[in-house]
Write a protein that binds this ligand. Structure first.
Ligand code: HSE
Length: 403
């Protein structure tokens, strides 16, 4: 592929991100990309593009010999994987924005890249418009990173910000986030921390070379947050943020997603509404912070556009950190073995009844508060014992990390 020529692109999916890409592509003065076809599922939906571009058959695209790039932006994880796999087997470079699919099938996708010598890039899948994956991959390729922390989900940050600053109701704000196009089709993925978890899986590969399966990562969300929690934080000059963390701990890594009280001098404190922010700590570069819009049609579309543009100069991820770790550990390389879950963490737990906390290994209570309207404790607890709350739809407990 050469950046002198027009490149031929086909899209899978024409939802929020697809339409955003279409708009930003039409405004790009540099990149000459021709959208040859757009494959969509729902024939009954009216489309805002020339209908001759639309197809309902994936093979109309995947069997073509004249395509340079397939851009995959669909919601169905298994179908997205099947499309990406076939495109790569046919030696077509792929740009994907499907964080769940990428995190779920990462091992297979890594192999497909190696076996077929073809690019798969996915900047839009984490951090929205922030070029964080390429930054971790290229800028920090030789730097020893010690930690990465970030707000990676626009919807939850938008909910938390508006609850705090506008005293609006959680469900009303979530409905707004859905109508603006920030939220996933299934917004449980956003609020329960799963979307952040998928993104963290991808960033862990590029920051540290650690491949984790989504089910191995503890993810707690904001689905149970109330005004009482927001008020408690505000009174202490804190804000609640849903934070993804990955930090080196000896030879292992502590990787998890959890709400966290952040102080006003924390860079993540200032990241509000649908913005995302990532703080990277390096041995030599020290702390660096990246912020930008984390959700929405145009910001995400612009990240996809940047990937398409990168393919014109034959860009591929080199996975240097992953390759290095695999070289060092050889056949023993196993992401799960690199994960440290045996540590103590200080958390705020707001609960209704004492039994709601059953199973949590409480090691040391720092503060306890009970009143007819609100009960909470702040305690040091066994990290492992919090996994039972991951994706737990029945629990009404709100757990938030305390510094
Ligand atoms: N639902 C996602 C979010 C979209 O709110 O961040 C962008 O990945």
């Amino acid at each position: 592929m050469s950046n002198e020529e027009n490149i031929s692109v086909a899209l899978f999916g024409f939802g929020c991100v697809g339409q955003g890409l279409y708009d930003v592509l039409n405004h790009s003065e540099v990149l000459q990309a021709n959208i040859e076809k757009i494959c969509v599922k729902d024939a009954s939906k009216k489309r805002s593009v020339d209908m001759s571009l639309i197809t309902y058959s994936k093979d109309d695209i995947l069997d073509r010999k004249d395509l340079d790039v397939v851009v995959e932006m669909i919601n169905d994880t298994d179908e997205a994987f099947a499309i990406v796999k076939k495109a790569m087997e046919n030696k077509i470079a792929v740009v994907s924005a499907s964080k769940k699919m990428l995190a779920t099938y990462f091992e297979e996708l890594y192999k497909l890249q190696e076996e077929n010598n073809v690019a798969l890039i996915y900047e839009a899948s984490a951090g929205g418009s922030i070029p964080i994956i390429r930054t971790l991959e290229e800028y920090y390729d030789n730097e020893l990173l010690s930690s990465l922390r970030g707000i990676l989900n626009g919807t939850t940050n938008y909910i938390l910000t508006r609850m705090e600053l506008e005293s609006k109701d959680y469900s009303e704000i979530l409905a707004d986030a859905q109508s603006i196009g920030f939220a996933e089709i299934d917004p449980w993925l956003d609020v329960a921390g799963f979307d952040t978890m998928y993104k963290l899986c991808l960033l862990s590969v590029h920051a540290f070379g650690v491949i984790l399966k989504p089910e191995q990562i503890l993810a707690l969300g904001i689905q149970n947050v109330t005004f009482n929690d927001i008020r408690y934080a505000r009174e202490k000059g804190l804000r609640i943020k849903l934070v993804a963390s990955a930090a080196k701990a000896g030879d292992k890594f502590r990787v998890y997603v959890m709400p966290r009280f952040v102080k006003s001098d924390d860079e993540l404190y200032k990241v509000v509404y649908e913005y995302n922010g990532v703080e990277v700590e390096g041995a030599f570069s020290c702390t660096q912070v990246f912020t930008g819009k984390g959700a929405g049609s145009h910001p995400t579309g612009s990240a996809v556009l940047s990937d398409i543009s990168a393919l014109t100069y034959n860009y591929r991820y080199s996975y240097k950190k992953l390759k290095k770790l695999k070289r060092i550990l050889g056949a023993k390389y196993n992401g799960a073995d690199l994960l440290d879950t045996e540590f103590t963490i200080r958390v705020y737990i707001r609960y209704d009844e004492q039994k709601d906390m059953d199973g949590i290994e409480i090691k040391n209570v720092v503060e306890e508060y009970r009143s007819p309207g609100m009960n909470f404790i702040i305690a040091d607890v066994g990290f492992n014992s919090l996994y039972k709350f991951k994706g737990n739809k029945e629990s009404k407990v709100f757990i938030c990390e305390v510094e």
